[in-house]
Design a protein around this ligand. Structure first.
Ligand code: 5GP
Length: 186
C-alpha cells in the first residue's frame, strides 16, 4: 500500500473545519490590525501550510518572514531544548509581529521564541497557533489567536509531521500506533 492516508487511525479536524476556522482567524486578525503595520513570522516547517491559508484570509497589508526552530528532533516528546536553525532575515524593531505556529504543546518553543524576539524591540508581539494542547503546558504562555484546542495526542497533517512525513495530509489526524514506531532509514 503506497497511500499515506492508509496510515491514519482517525481524523481529528477535517478539511471543512480547518477551512472555516482559518477563515475566522484571518478575519479576526484583519479587524485587529486594521490600519496597522503587520509582520507575520512563520515558524518552519510545521507552520507553513497554516500560514499559506491564513494569509489569504488576512485582508490588511502585511509581510511574511520565516524562522526555523528545532525542539523535537524525530521524537514525539519535546526535549525542552530549543535551537534556532534559521533566524529572521530582517530587523523587527518597531514592527507589529504576529508569530504563526502550527501547535503549542509544552510551550517551551514559543516562550523561547517570544522572549528572543521581544529583545529586538518590536512595537507588539502576539502569537497565533492553529492547535493548542493546553493540558500539556509546562510554562505560562499567552496565545492570542487559537484555532482549536486538542487533547494530548500526537497529531500529523496540515503541516505537522512525524519524522518529516505526513505534512501534506489535508486534515489533522492521529496515525495508527504501529506508524509511530521508528521507520526504516529514519
Ligand atoms: P512545545 O515546545 O510547545 O512543546 O512544542 C512545540 C513544537 O513541538 C511544535 O512546533 C511542533 O513542532 C512540535 N509538536 C508538539 N506537539 C506535536 C504534535 O502533536 N504533532 C507534531 N507533529 N508536532 C508536535
Amino acid at each position: 500500500m503506497c497511500m499515506l492516508s492508509a496510515d491514519v487511525a482517525k481524523i481529528l479536524i477535517d478539511e471543512v473545519a480547518l477551512r472555516q476556522r482559518v477563515r475566522e482567524l484571518g478575519e479576526q486578525i484583519s479587524r485587529d490590525y486594521c490600519g496597522q503595520d503587520l509582520l507575520l513570522v512563520c515558524i518552519l516547517k510545521g507552520g507553513v501550510v497554516f500560514l499559506s491559508d491564513l494569509m489569504r484570509h488576512i485582508d490588511v497589508p502585511h509581510e511574511i518572514e520565516f524562522m526555523a526552530i528545532s525542539s523535537y528532533g524525530d521524537a514525539t516528546e519535546s526535549s525542552g531544548i530549543v535551537r534556532i536553525m534559521m533566524d529572521l532575515a530582517v530587523p523587527i524593531k518597531g514592527r507589529n509581529v504576529l508569530i504563526v505556529e502550527d501547535i503549542v504543546d509544552t510551550g517551551y518553543t514559543l516562550a523561547y521564541v517570544k522572549g528572543l524576539l521581544s529583545t529586538r524591540e518590536p512595537a507588539s508581539i502576539r502569537i497565533c497557533a492553529l492547535l493548542d494542547k493546553a493540558e500539556r503546558r509546562k510554562v505560562p504562555l499567552q496565545i492570542d489567536y487559537v484555532g482549536f484546542e486538542i487533547p494530548n495526542e500526537f497529531v500529523v497533517g496540515y503541516g505537522l509531521d512525524f519524522q518529516g512525513r505526513y505534512r501534506n495530509l489535508p486534515y489533522v489526524a492521529v496515525l495508527k500506533p504501529e506508524r509511530y514506531r521508528k521507520q526504516p532509514g529514519k
